[in-house]
Design a protein around this ligand. Structure first.
Ligand SMILES: Nc1ncnc2c1ncn2[C@@H]1O[C@H](COP(=O)(O)OP(=O)(O)O)[C@@H](O)[C@H]1O
Ligand SMILES: [Mg+2]
Length: 383
């Protein structure tokens, strides 16, 4: 299918939802560009489904408006909005064949000849050979592809997906992430995808909005969010971050200089919050894969100019492609280091004294007046 719909951008203006005295979604402004794959990411209960349901018209917003393209649809009932939703439970019709499940929307609208469109959809989701089967004769992933085809055949301007892969096991979920991404690229329709799985959001989406407690904390391309988190929640929720409490000693140049447990660290000024000043505090962040480990007795081999702190390995786990170390350091709590398994490093075992070092450019700064553990170990429950 190559047909592209126009005006499929989604605009939320000041949209919010309260239930009694509880605010599920705080006033939110958001634009999802036409044709993009957009993910709403956050832990269970943060307001993702509520936001999606307001776009679909299944939930009345307490304040604000929803527009699709140039059209304000806030007052339209769900079936009059040019959107379709795919849920975690595919809700296929069990007694109908795959072909008839996909044709359902067209038949309901009285479309007579459905063969070509259904054929195109079967091709799109690569289920042509299964057209005559019943849903129970398909795997979970295949059933979910039928659900996607059944929604897309209506040519919605926007496809909403609420944790559509939540019921699938990990390997199948990974496959389906790529598959859904391919389908979205092929049809060019705006996808708004809700998930609590940060890897899923990063794999699939052009833009990710990270939600926390009914608010969007940060919005951006996956790599941008990962490399430049602006809050401790985003830093910890999206992958793992080492956050080190530090005091600013110089903020006058292109690099900010801080001290952490006596040692100096440097980081780019443009990766720090605006209000950084000498004497103030800062959280210094570095991702585990950016850090190298060197045995303390070889510390001389560490190139000058790198940020370095000392520590002692307290744990190491070999996980195939990498080894993950936990290092205790006066500079921070347990610092995590991911080292690619390029060569065997005999001395790097629990108990070993080490130097942790990294390129100052791979360091980001966060406002120290935040909970340093926000977003850590969020329980991943499937709603
Ligand atoms: N109909 C409702 N009445 C009261 N509270 C609700 C209702 N629907 C959702 N909530 C609450 O709003 C919050 C956000 O819910 P939801 O949008 O489903 O979160 P998510 O999809 O991110 O898990 C939750 O705390 C939930 O309990
Ligand atoms: Mg939900």
């Amino acid at each position: 299918m190559t047909e592209k719909t126009e005006g499929g951008d989604v605009r939320l203006s000041g949209i919010s939802k309260t239930y009694g005295s509880f605010t599920a979604v705080h006033p939110l402004d958001l634009t999802v560009p036409q044709g993009s794959f957009f993910a709403l990411l956050g832990a269970s209960g943060c307001g993702k489904t509520t936001t999606l349901r307001m776009i679909a018209g299944l939930e009345d917003p307490s304040t604000g408006t929803v527009s699709l393209g140039a059209r304000d649809v806030t007052a339209l009932p769900p079936h009059k909005r040019p959107v379709n939703t795919v849920f975690q439970s595919y809700a296929l019709f069990p007694h109908l064949s795959i072909r008839e499940n996909i044709a359902f929307g067209l038949r309901r609208r009285g479309v007579k000849s459905v063969t070509k469109q259904v054929g195109d959809m079967l091709d799109l989701v690569q289920l042509g050979d299964f057209a005559h089967r019943k849903p129970h004769q398909l795997s979970g992933g295949q059933q979910q592809r039928v659900a996607v085809a059944r929604a897309l055949i209506n040519h919605p301007q926007v496809l909403l997906l609420d944790e559509p892969l939540g019921a699938l096991d990990l390997k199948l979920r990974r496959q389906m992430q790529l598959e859904l991404k391919r389908i979205q690229t092929e049809v060019g329709i705006t996808f708004v995808h809700v998930t609590h799985d940060q890897e899923e959001a990063m794999t699939m989406a052009d833009t990710v909005a990270v939600m926390n407690g009914g608010r969007v904390e940060q919005l951006g391309a996956p790599a941008e969010l990962y490399e430049n988190p602006r809050t401790t929640f985003v830093a910890n929720f999206l992958g793992t971050s080492n956050l080190i409490e530090a005091e600013v000693v110089d903020s006058s140049g292109d690099e900010v200089v801080v001290t952490a447990s006596g040692g100096k660290l440097r980081l780019p000024a443009d990766r720090c919050p605006d209000a950084v000043r000498a004497g103030g505090r800062l959280l210094v962040g570095v991702r585990p894969e950016k850090i190298s480990l060197t045995a303390a007795d070889e510390a001389d081999s560490v190139a000058p100019g790198r940020n370095a702190v000392t520590g002692r390995i307290v744990d190491s786990s070999f996980i195939g492609v990498s080894t993950q170390y936990v290092v205790e350091s006066p500079a921070g709590r347990a610092i995590e280091v991911y080292a690619q398994n390029v060569e065997h490093r005999a001395g790097l075992v629990p108990g070993a004294e080490v130097v942790l070092h990294w390129n100052p450019e791979h360091t980001f700064g966060l406002d120290a007046a935040q909970d340093i553990t926000a977003g850590v170990e969020t329980v991943e429950e499937t709603p």
